[in-house]
Design a protein around this ligand. Sequence first.
Ligand SMILES: Cc1cc2nc3c(=O)[nH]c(=O)nc-3n(C[C@H](O)[C@H](O)[C@H](O)COP(=O)(O)O)c2cc1C
Length: 304
Amino acid sequence: MFFDYRGISREGKEQNAMQNLMEIIKKRKSVRTFDENRPIEGEVLSQLEEAVPEKKEGPMNNPVRFHLLDMGKVSGEELRKLGTYGVIKGARFFLIGAVEDNEGALEDAGYCMEEIILKATELGLGTCWLSGTFRRSSFARQIELTSGEILPAISPVGYPAAKKRVVEKLFKIGNRSDKRKPWDKLFIGPDGLSPLPPEEAGVYKDILEAVRLAPSNRNLQPWRIIRDEDGDFHLYLKGRREGRSPEGRIDTQRLDMGIAMCHFSLVAREKGVKGQWDRIEGLRDTDPPLGDLEYVSTWKENSS
Ligand SMILES: Cc1cc2nc3c(=O)[nH]c(=O)nc-3n(C[C@H](O)[C@H](O)[C@H](O)COP(=O)(O)O)c2cc1C
């Protein structure tokens, strides 16, 4: 299991772990229809519960709170209010995340929640990031949201149903969910303009590929990464959507950034690349013609 591979140095094992994590990342696809006749039980349920910590800190140091909601334990009236506007069907469990509304909170929520989602994928379970299509206030009650906290997203968890519903197929077509932007649109070299070809990325080839395969809201894939002359990787947000989003206060593109950072860090760790994400003071957003990019964070290698 990828969570246990920390510190393994033997090449063979690392290779194995690497394949596993990339396989898990490739295997994860949004699931919106669940098998009502196949409950999560026994060892799988215990491992899932173990993977959902009460609190977890992200790279921007915000503690994110989690709750695994068992719909089977919610009664009558409240159960009827826990809706997803018909988007999700048949899920008995929902993962709910909450975080204090501070700087970097949404990146951290994205990061920590994606780690749990990948773990669930590894356990053979289906998930679906939901930042908009659910009744926020009723899920907020279930995690006992405090006044300073926000509830960025939830995800159903369960075994995928054999047959998808029409609404699910429409979501996938509408978002072109099976497609990802090509490498040269996402990863950029030191001049900030030319693409960084995969064959020049060295050990970072798989790490960046893991970012490319990440899920994002409406599959907009807003992440861009520039590698500078020193080999540091600067993460930017491209194409900010202006105006009020249906998700209200939740800037979902910041969740997307956290998810990308999570994929980057997990694969780096498995490849034995040590480093961390930090926000560099003074690094500004880029202006056109570099591409109107909003600066998020920088990955720097370190030896510890
Ligand atoms: C932060 C975030 C929020 C999302 N919100 C929703 C949502 O509210 N409703 C929904 O049906 N899908 C939602 N999605 C799922 C995306 O549409 C999906 O991840 C994307 O189309 C890529 O497809 P895939 O997950 O199958 O790879 C969200 C995904 C992310 C990462």
